[in-house]
Design a protein around this ligand. Structure first.
Ligand SMILES: [Zn+2]
Ligand SMILES: [Zn+2]
Length: 421
């Protein structure tokens, strides 16, 4: 490479670095632990799929597919896309591997990067991360309630408070046509005042007008018919049962008939968890039922439900809700002189094998500068090993937390640290 060109990450792409990475790892670890206690097993689909998988499931006329997908031709001229969300890939995997032949319900979780070519703005990235779950094979509202309970459990374990659960039912193919007609009727004399996107939505999927964030559209839809008034008997009893289960589980929630979610594949239950601490972009997690998607993908008729959580926003919230100190080395070994450097290295290896995070000082630095580094790292214990110590077989220790210090025999130092650290 010639010259001094400095590369930058692509617009909207970000590095996840220390100290934030510790919050990410902790969050992912808690997700794994809690989701598996509800029987969700991790799967890892590829991040690139045939474009058709997303256009088919998310919907041709959605913003995601129309404006935001990273779509390329590969060398063989096939249209491929970076996944903009996780559900479509998981459904593809479920159908492709005939997972419906296993006892239902089959429950999966995933975590990883998603890609959308959005205008980068605060809290939105072109490569962003989601954790999600999908449960296949249960049409029952008990499954919906269990999923929401698991979500609450997870967010609670992360220490998040003042969360707001919103639920809705957007009906099924039996009852949605009547609602669609009612919406078309309601908006028919206001089409001209809607934003250009909503004017288009009017012809394609008027439900999505309810999702529009443009102020005049929000204004225009006041008094629009509520989807919950148009549910068929089956959808109504499913939703009523869900709401009463949520009561029983102590999950306080509101019914928001405007919450239709932006994707084509949802049926019946939709839900969102929002936080007041996130400003306008306040959705932490969202999901819903998609009872027809497996069949759309060529599988047998299989009801399903899932949710996804945006990691970046979740991490922002965790940061707002509590102070988090990144981990620090448990031990720092400062050494002076060649023999001490060797002894220090052996001791460091012994302690690391026992599971401790151990840093060693730069062998040619002064003791003073090594101590400065130990201080900056906030190491739990500093051990000082010089020629005197080698000769006397004793080592100096100092504890960062309370500045206590002392001396201990070289042979006993490992046990001493392991008992205290
Ligand atoms: Zn229905
Ligand atoms: Zn609009």
């Amino acid at each position: 490479m010639s010259g001094s060109e400095r590369y930058k990450a692509l617009k909207g792409m970000h590095d996840i670095m220390p100290p934030d990475i510790y919050l990410w790892q902790r969050t992912e670890g808690i997700a794994r632990e809690i989701f598996s206690s509800y029987g969700f097993q991790e799967i890892r689909p590829p991040v690139v799929e045939s474009t058709g998988i997303f256009t088919r499931s998310i919907g041709e006329n959605t913003d995601i597919v129309e404006k935001e997908m990273y779509t390329f031709s590969d060398k063989a001229g096939r249209s491929i896309s970076l996944r903009p969300e996780g559900t479509a890939s998981v459904v593809r995997c479920y159908v492709e591997n005939n997972l419906h032949t296993l006892p239902a319900p089959q429950k999966f979780s995933y975590a990883g990067p998603m890609f959308r070519y959005e205008r980068p703005q605060s809290g939105r990235f072109r490569q962003f991360y989601q954790i999600g779950v999908e449960a296949f094979g249960s049409p029952h509202p008990e499954t919906d309630a269990e999923l929401l309970s698991m979500l609450r459990h997870f967010l609670g374990r992360l220490g998040l408070r003042s969360l707001h659960f919103q639920v809705n039912s957007i009906g099924c193919p039996a009852c949605r046509p009547a609602y669609r007609e009612a919406l078309l009727g309601f908006f028919s004399d206001r089409i001209e005042t809607l934003c250009p996107d909503c004017r288009r939505r009017y012809g394609q999927n008027p439900l999505r007008i309810l999702d529009c964030k443009v102020e005049r559209c929000v204004e225009m839809r006041k008094g629009a018919p509520a989807v919950t008034d148009y549910l068929c008997q089956d959808c109504r009893s499913h939703f009523e049962r869900l709401c009463s289960l949520l009561e029983l589980l102590g999950i306080s929630h509101t019914v928001n008939p405007e919450m239709v979610r932006g994707l084509d594949y949802y049926t019946r239950t939709t839900f969102e968890v929002t936080s007041e601490n996130l400003g306008a972009q306040n959705t932490v997690a969202a999901g819903g039922r998609y009872d027809r998607l497996v069949k759309e993908f060529g599988g047998p008729d299989t009801p399903a439900i899932g949710f996804a959580i945006g990691m970046e926003r979740l991490i922002d919230l965790i940061k707002l809700s509590a102070e988090h100190r990144p981990p620090a080395p448990e031990v720092f070994i400062a050494t002076i002189g060649e023999q001490a450097v060797t002894e220090g290295m052996l001791l460091a290896e012994k302690l690391r094998i026992s599971g401790l995070w151990v840093e060693t000082g730069d062998p040619v630095s002064s003791l003073k500068s090594q101590m400065r580094r130990a201080d900056r790292l906030a190491a739990g214990y500093v051990l000082v090993l010089g020629e005197d110590e080698i000769r006397s077989g004793k080592i100096q220790w100092k504890r960062f937390a309370d500045s206590t210090q002392g001396e201990i025999g070289l042979s006993g130092v490992c046990d001493f640290i392991l008992n205290k650290a």
